[in-house]
Design a protein around this ligand. Structure first.
Ligand code: URA
Length: 202
């Protein structure tokens, strides 16, 4: 598949999805092929408005840490496990409708399974970084980020290196200094893993 065909398929799936509420869709962003592919969960409001992954609050955090290890966003590709924005709608007491994000369901992730596989093939990265539990479960056999973050693994099935990281938005939920230190260390470890892989394979 080409990137254009992947985009058409994402649009088609999203346009025809009737099982639950969704609020728009996006594709991955960045060069193809690339050394490093980041995989997030699903787009939010800002992402759908701009048509790009990781441009909202989590995206800003992400970009700062990326810069801290000397990599610019232009050099990497970033995509998602679920390409549409899963939303829930609620009626407030005054009768107004409020919309918020919800996590993607397994059935929704599965709708895009083949498309993420195609994107990985096209991008042909030396390393895939999973951001949070959703892409972790999709691309490894681990069930929780707490037990595997900050280490390099080889996925025999897809024959690719995977580096699991916490989702950047976890910094918003966990504001302790210890967590922040650990998260910064994971980025340093990522930088080392990347250096090792890019020199190894040249
Ligand atoms: N969080 C994600 O997981 N993906 C995005 O694209 C934006 C925020």
């Amino acid at each position: 598949m080409t990137l254009e065909e992947i985009k058409d398929a994402i649009k088609n799936i999203s346009d025809n999805y009737k099982e639950d509420h969704i609020g728009g869709w996006i594709t991955g962003d960045g060069p193809v092929p690339c050394d490093i592919l980041f995989v997030g969960e699903a787009p939010g409001k800002t992402e759908v408005e701009t048509g790009k992954p990781f441009v909202g609050t989590a995206g800003k955090t992400f970009e700062n840490y990326l810069k801290s290890i000397g990599i610019s966003r232009k050099e990497i590709r970033i995509t998602n496990t679920c390409f549409f924005r899963p939303i829930k709608k609620k009626l407030s007491k005054n009768g107004r409708e409020t919309i918020s994000n919800r996590p993607p369901k397994t059935s929704e992730i599965n709708l895009f399974r083949h498309l993420l596989d195609e994107e990985i093939k096209l991008a042909n990265p030396k390393l895939i970084v999973t951001l949070g539990n959703v892409p972790l479960k999709r691309l490894t056999t681990f069930s929780s980020i707490g037990s595997c973050h900050g280490e390099l693994y080889f996925n025999e099935e897809i024959k690719r290196y995977i580096f699991p990281m916490y989702h950047p938005s976890s910094l918003t939920y966990n504001r302790s200094e210890d967590f922040k230190d650990m998260y910064s260390k994971d980025w340093k470890k990522l930088s080392e893993a990347l250096k090792k892989l890019t020199t190894q394979q040249k």
